[in-house]
Design a protein around this ligand. Structure first.
Ligand code: SF4
Ligand code: SF4
Length: 214
């Protein structure tokens, strides 16, 4: 399980850095390395691309886990090069970007888009496992998430378009509801789907509510 990230288009990154001449690069040795979006090879590739367009890369590092509080100590180890930069480009998930921002008095830009929590089925191919909706329904669905795995986020699937166990939206994906029914049938618990459950509370999800009190 890891945070799945995807590199932003280079054109977008150039726009961020339009007014920044000197850039420090930070990668992450955990999720972004495994996603091949912010490990050492990607950081060095980014360095080359930035230098090609005339930017000065004052330094770079791949922090073992960029979202960890030890990031502070890691930054201290190369603080001179960090301080010489006009901005920091972080090739880590949004958590890593915000962790770096917490410890450096510089503009910090994300080089990646943070997609979801998931796992890698094969290099570059990921399954969505959880989108952190904050009102988990797995108790009703045999431990398979219909929010993350059904493109329509259906809580009462299947939608009718499923064919041969595949999703009508993307036939490369298994239909999440097919998987749920198959699993509950195997466990002899299909009657779980007959229970009347209250509507899901979307107000607690990050898209439907203000941040929780601190
Ligand atoms: S129901 Fe929500 S919290 Fe539970 S696995 Fe799915 S997305 Fe994650
Ligand atoms: S086919 Fe299955 S996974 Fe695809 S949208 Fe319909 S219910 Fe959801």
């Amino acid at each position: 399980m890891k945070t799945i990230t995807q590199q932003k288009p280079f054109e977008e990154i150039i726009q961020f850095l339009e007014r920044e001449q000197r850039v420090y690069l930070i990668g992450c040795g955990t999720c972004a390395t495994m996603c091949q979006t912010g490990g050492k090879p990607e950081v060095l590739e980014m360095k080359g691309k930035l230098e090609e367009i005339g930017k000065e890369v004052t330094g770079w590092m791949v922090i073992s886990t960029a979202c960890d509080s030890l990031t502070r100590e890691a930054l201290e180890e190369d603080i001179e090069a960090v301080q010489r930069a006009d901005a920091i480009l972080v090739m880590a998930c949004a958590f890593g970007v915000q962790t770096v921002a917490q410890y450096v008095e510089k503009l910090v830009y994300p080089a990646l888009n943070t997609l979801l929590l998931g796992h890698e089925d094969s290099p570059g191919h990921f399954s969505r496992i959880c989108i952190q909706c904050a009102d988990c329904v797995l108790a009703q669905t045999g431990g398979i998430c219909p929010i993350a795995r059904c493109p329509k986020n259906l809580l009462n699937g299947p939608c009718g378009g499923s064919e041969g166990g595949k999703c009508e939206i993307n036939p490369d994906l298994p239909c999440a509801w097919h998987l749920i029914i198959e699993r509950l049938t195997k466990l002899g618990k299909l009657d779980k789907l007959e229970a009347i459950v209250p509507p899901k509370d979307w107000s607690v999800s990050f898209t439907g509510s203000p941040p929780p009190p601190r």
